[in-house]
Design a protein around this ligand. Structure first.
Ligand SMILES: Nc1nc2c(ncn2[C@@H]2O[C@H](COP(=O)(O)OP(=O)(O)OP(=O)(O)O)[C@@H](O)[C@H]2O)c(=O)[nH]1
Ligand SMILES: [Zn+2]
Length: 200
């Protein structure tokens, strides 16, 4: 299926004041009923804007978990966009790298008993990363964003977008939120998932 054939309906838009800036929030509903979100600031056409393609992490983004770096990355991305006065965060509802919240917490249970983040997914019968970026690509298309500066450390994300012709004119590293509770997790991401962290 070509990305342009993905069903994605823009259903609502409003202002979203935050401690960082007054963003706009737009909700897109996908064919499976899931609602994905874009938080945007300023004029997005013209010079390639900062974009973050963020995967939902309820525990990190909303519940202050220190097991991962998601909340810190979301904060940093919104701050960078606010500092530049323009940009967008695509907030994709693919919790737990696509396996869902309950399964992610099962994976945490296994990690509490010694597995790393990749081994835990495999023990549960899932791939290390079950995410797809077709919907993100379709959202970018609908927003008219084909030249972007992507805030990520994840080479798979870069490849997935570049493969369909979205030009990543710059990769902006997003290294924030390392702490004693997520060190092993971040090291496993670098070693097993190829994440591009600066050497410590
Ligand atoms: N299955 C699983 N998912 C996790 C775990 N820790 C975080 N996640 C999920 O991973 C997703 C975030 O992915 P990351 O690999 O941290 O980062 P990324 O988006 O691939 O890369 P960046 O763009 O550099 O942040 C979110 O959906 C989290 O819910 C874990 O231990 N197991
Ligand atoms: Zn997280």
């Amino acid at each position: 299926m070509k990305s342009s054939e993905y069903q994605l309906e823009r259903i609502a838009e409003a202002k979203l004041p935050t401690p960082f800036a007054e963003f706009s929030v737009t909700v897109f509903r996908a064919g499976d009923g899931k609602e994905h979100v874009v938080i945007a600031l300023g004029e997005l056409s013209g010079t390639p804007p900062l974009v973050r393609v963020h995967s939902e992490c309820l525990t990190g983004d909303a519940l202050f978990s220190l097991r991962c770096d998601c909340g810190a990355q979301l904060n940093a991305a919104l701050q960078k966009i606010a500092d530049e006065g323009r940009g967008a965060v695509l907030y994709l509802r693919q919790e737990g790298r696509g396996i869902g919240l309950g399964n992610k917490i099962r994976a945490y249970e296994l990690q509490d008993r010694g597995a790393d983040t990749v081994e835990a997914n495999h023990q549960l019968g899932f791939p290390a990363d079950a995410r797809e970026y077709d919907l993100a690509i379709e959202m970018l298309r609908q927003l008219g964003l084909c030249h972007i500066r992507l805030m990520t450390n994840n080479p798979r994300k870069l490849d997935a977008l570049a493969k369909v012709g979205i030009e990543i004119v710059e990769r902006v590293p997003l290294e924030s939120g390392r702490n004693p509770y997520n060190e092993k997790y971040l090291d496993a991401k670098a070693a097993k998932l190829g994440h591009l962290f600066e050497p410590r």
